[in-house]
Design a protein around this ligand. Structure first.
Ligand code: PAF
Length: 287
């Protein structure tokens, strides 16, 4: 596996491969089995797999964990080489953002970028859309892969690709979970032992709500889920049950719902989600 830090060198390497199908897996490093699942799916779908590793300052708020975000380049390189990745792109901040961030051209997917996680993390999705758009322009992949755990991020990237007519196919990869159900995340390592013991309840309570869909209205189920999480020891940031295909409120005719949750355990913010099919008859009662 080649590790490349400069855009020009990466472009040169890829120029020789343009007859083949190229996949991009964008990451912020500190890789876990969830990232390796993206790589495995990329390898099944393409001939050349490029992984980018960049802790993107543009998507972190001023009071967020940019300075402490785990950086484990040597271990990440070893894992990706072992997985058979072809090219690793590890740009510096000045390579990607030669100007001050405040002067950086921005990609903003309106509306949805300011809801849910975007409401709690103002500017976050502008940072995500901007860096992902830039990586797409640099790598020009045929496909790019993102995890379903970041459900809203995946939706926003798909919107950006459609709105800007970008020539890349977006593939979603299922969330990888610990045996106890906790979704893998680099931020799980911030959890104390006691918080880690509580953390699986996030997904368990989401599953409980999914099993009750159609029995009570979505707003009622949202309140109940938030209450159960708060009683369990979480500090719920938000709970929404919305249309899985539009991320808008459920309406008669919605086919699938997604339960979106963000909740704090101590100083760690966890997110998770679950998609459920809606039966014709229950569509009316979930609103
Ligand atoms: O999901 C992530 O790790 C990041 O948001 C991404 C897509 C690599 C952009 O920095």
């Amino acid at each position: 596996m080649d590790t490349v830090t400069q855009i020009s060198v990466l472009r040169e390497r890829l120029a020789a491969c343009r007859q083949q199908r190229i996949a991009l897996v964008p990451t912020m490093g500190n890789l876990h089995a969830g990232h390796l699942a993206l790589v495995a799916q990329a390898q099944r779908a393409a001939d050349i797999v490029v992984v980018s590793l960049f802790v993107n300052p543009f998507q972190f708020g001023a009071d967020e964990d940019l300075a402490h975000y785990p950086r484990t380049l040597a271990a990440d390189q070893a894992a990706l080489a072992e997985a058979g990745v072809d090219l690793l792109f590890v740009p510096t901040e000045t390579e990607l953002y030669p100007r001050p961030l405040a002067e950086q051209t921005q990609v903003w997917v309106p509306g949805i970028s300011d809801q849910y996680c975007g409401a709690s993390r103002p500017g976050h999705f502008v940072g995500v859309a901007t860096i992902v758009c830039k990586l797409f322009n640099i790598v020009q992949p045929d496909i790019a892969l993102f995890g379903r755990k970041d459900y809203q991020q995946l939706y926003i990237i798909r919107r950006m690709v459609a709105d800007l007519a970008l020539s890349v196919q977006i593939q979603a990869v299922e969330t990888v979970r610990e045996p106890d159900g906790l979704a893998l995340s680099s931020r799980n390592q911030y959890l104390t032992r006691a918080e880690r013991a509580l953390a699986p309840q996030l997904y368990q309570q989401i599953q409980h709500t999914a099993a009750q869909m159609g029995q009570r209205s979505a707003p009622q189920l949202e309140i109940e889920l938030a209450n159960r999480l708060n009683v369990a020891g979480f500090r719920t940031d938000y709970v929404y049950i919305v249309d899985a295909d539009s991320l808008a409120p459920l309406q008669v005719g919605s086919k699938r719902a997604v339960i979106l949750v963000a909740a704090w355990l101590g100083r760690t913010r966890l997110i998770d989600n679950m998609v459920t099919q809606l039966e014709e008859a229950t569509c009316h009662s979930v609103n």
